[in-house]
Design a protein. Sequence first.
Length: 80
Amino acid sequence: MTEVPNPVLPAGFDIALALVPLMIMAIIIVSMVSIVRRHESLSVWESVGWTALVITVPVLGAIIWFTVGRSRHRLVTEAR
């Protein structure tokens, strides 16, 4: 007799596949909040550019913002 998986309890990979979009959304939201919170030291066009990058290329744009944009932005703020 073959075992039938329980339809109520999803398999582990189903849970992982459900968490990936949630993690992507969390990364996008956190990066957007970070961009908005740093609006004083960013010009309007820099804010628009970073926002467009994060929206059009979500994961890569957020990674670039956290590695390049935030560190560059932090240095500009400290230099003032």
